[in-house]
Design a protein around this ligand. Structure first.
Ligand code: UDP
Ligand code: MG
Length: 320
């Protein structure tokens, strides 16, 4: 396949045996109806279920399918990065493999791209998930917006279309910790949001564990903001001011009242409080050091075991 397909659709998959076939069918139907040349790039992120076998079967009958198999589970963001590195299209769509991102939105992405937008990102008008998870997402996106040094749109995940120029710019960024929705905002170009209703996961359990979600949130915050570090300095200033006030009080008390040893309770409160503030501050600094450490080692964010490119792109219909 020499020429670039018009659209590449990148889908990370981790143990999605219940969804991958339905996804493939719905996606192929939507793309074929568009009359565009396309390829679908499945990234098997070290699945341990039947995902690999099912994908291999789909590959045999679909010449527009490309597969990138990673050597183990590297995580969602790394899998998407692998997909962006292997996608060949003039525009690249990124979507989840559990049908939470409906393929039927893709034609609207393409329409806006044709209007001249370089990035079209989906904004969740609604989501169908548990109340606690929704509250978590709600808080994170607002905190991220308040704290980060870039102006990220609220409630937009990784579901988007990016022009080749944007993809190449993203790929050229040196960092290995890839918080894709942040980097996508960072690179700029002409961006448009598109509201959609996020479906519930079609089948199977979420592949993000709670701790992995928290990790993603912390990494995202840390890599797009230096403000927590400044916060450490502010906390230090604040506690010094309090300590100075207390010192004056203690001194006056000792000089004029001489009431002897009192205040064990207040002492222990101050000690505990200061100890916790210091631990939190060390933790914040530690998060930055961890990222510096990870980046400085220069290890790849993913390792490819096998890449099977698409054998063909569907011919572009003249009326498309
Ligand atoms: N995923 C992945 N590697 C992982 C975890 C998840 O490739 O280590 C994929 C997963 O198969 C799905 C997408 O990333 O296609 C989103 O995962 P999930 O639905 O669990 O996340 P949530 O919708 O809860 O944010
Ligand atoms: Mg999901």
């Amino acid at each position: 396949m020499g020429e670039r397909p018009t659209i590449s659709v990148v889908v990370p998959l981790y143990n999605e045996q219940e969804n991958v076939e339905a996804l493939h069918d719905r996606l192929s139907a939507v793309l074929a109806a568009q009359g565009l040349s396309y390829e679908v790039v499945f990234i098997d992120d070290g699945s341990r279920d039947a995902t690999a076998a099912i994908v291999a079967r789909l590959l045999a009958r679909d010449p527009c399918l490309a597969i990138v198999r990673l050597s183990r589970n590297f995580g969602h963001q790394a899998a998407v990065s692998a997909g962006l590195d292997h996608a060949r299209g003039r525009a690249v769509v990124v979507m989840d493999g559990d049908l939470q991102d409906p393929p039927e939105v893709i034609p609207q992405f393409v329409a806006r791209w044709r209007e001249g937008f370089d990035v079209v990102y989906a904004v969740r008008a609604s989501r169908r998930e548990g109340a606690l998870k929704r509250l978590g997402y709600f808080t994170f996106y607002r905190l991220f917006r308040a704290v980060s040094e870039i102006d990220v749109p609220l409630d937009s995940g990784d579901f988007c279309l990016m022009d080749r120029r944007v993809v190449d710019t993203l790929r050229g960024l040196p960092e290995r910790m890839r918080f894709i929705r942040g980097l996508r905002t960072f690179v700029g170009f002409r961006q448009a949001g598109l509201a959609y209703d996020r479906d519930a996961r079609a089948a199977g359990r979420p592949k993000y564990t709670l701790s992995a979600l928290v990790r993603l949130a912390v990494d995202g915050l840390i890599s797009f903001s230096g403000r927590p570090l400044r916060l450490v300095t502010y906390i230090g200033g604040f506690t010094i001011a309090i300590a100075a006030g207390l010192a004056v009080w203690v001194f006056c008390d000792a000089f004029w009242n001489q009431t002897g040893p009192r205040g064990w309770a207040s002492l222990i409160v101050v000690v505990l409080f200061m100890g916790s503030v210091q631990l939190i501050c060390l933790g914040i600094i530690g998060e930055y050091i961890r990222l510096i450490f990870l980046e400085s080692k220069g290890r790849p964010s993913y390792i490819v075991q096998e890449y099977t490119p698409a054998r063909a792109a569907t011919p572009e219909r003249a009326d498309a």
